[in-house]
Design a protein around this ligand. Sequence first.
Ligand code: SF4
Ligand code: SF4
Length: 290
Amino acid sequence: MGIKANIFNIQHFSVHDGPGVRTVVFFKGCSLHCRWCHNPESIHAAKEILLYPDRCIGCMACREVCPVGAQVFDETGHWIDRSKCIHCFKCCEECYADALVSVGEWRDTDSILKEILENKGYFDQSKGGVTFSGGECMLQPDALTELLKGCQAAGVHTAVDTAGNVPWESFEQVLPYTDLFLYDIKAMDSDVHKACTGVENGRILENFTRLADRGANIFVRYPYIPGMNDDQVEKIAEFLHRWQQIEAELLPYHKLGNSKYRALEAQNVFEGTVPSKDEVEMLKKKYGFR
Ligand code: SF4
Ligand code: SF4
């Protein structure tokens, strides 16, 4: 029996998080709170409920089963009184329309590993592998190490997608079993980083420097968010210049996560401006991003 990992999704056949065809395991819980996060259900470690009113068929099963009257149907529509909710998740079990969905589960690493290895043939054919993402997968270093070890022993390429805001000891722990780090850098100026993510960036840049100086295989990802960190592009390019072998990608802001914010009934949702294709191409060319 392996140890347990707190995850919220396993996505198969991804082509966005490392080379080839990949299985991506999303860990739940993050030490950053990026204003634009595309996976808002990944931020809190605790299990949560997503509500999709457009899928609701009006059967009222959720209201009947809820022990505290937290499922509310009134003139404004259907909503959850989250101040009353005791997180029993009976409503999600009863909702056959998938309008109420629970996110987050503690799963045994053995069973996660088994699911990953089912796609070994696709990994081999495409030079792909597995990517551990989140949230912040490095906040669960023991479960992550167990999974990385198991994948490497089976000959599967391993990638760790991290924002780097964890103790250096966690990097030391996973380093021998990680073929590639996908490392997010969101800002060089600490005050900008704090405004974007809620935390300063000292530890993130220090960990990155130690990792890069050790010669780890790193691919940098810079989320480009107009109005938030668009003034950081040149500073990030300058910082990375020291390590000629490290490539970096500029990821332009998009709004694909907004439906999940609505499903979490979140307040003060970030509404940014999607940059134009021309602007993105110009910046990539000028500063050497992919
Ligand atoms: S159980 Fe699901 S489908 Fe039925 S009323 Fe509740 S949310 Fe709607
Ligand atoms: S999780 Fe339980 S308490 Fe919360 S809304 Fe659903 S049924 Fe009610």
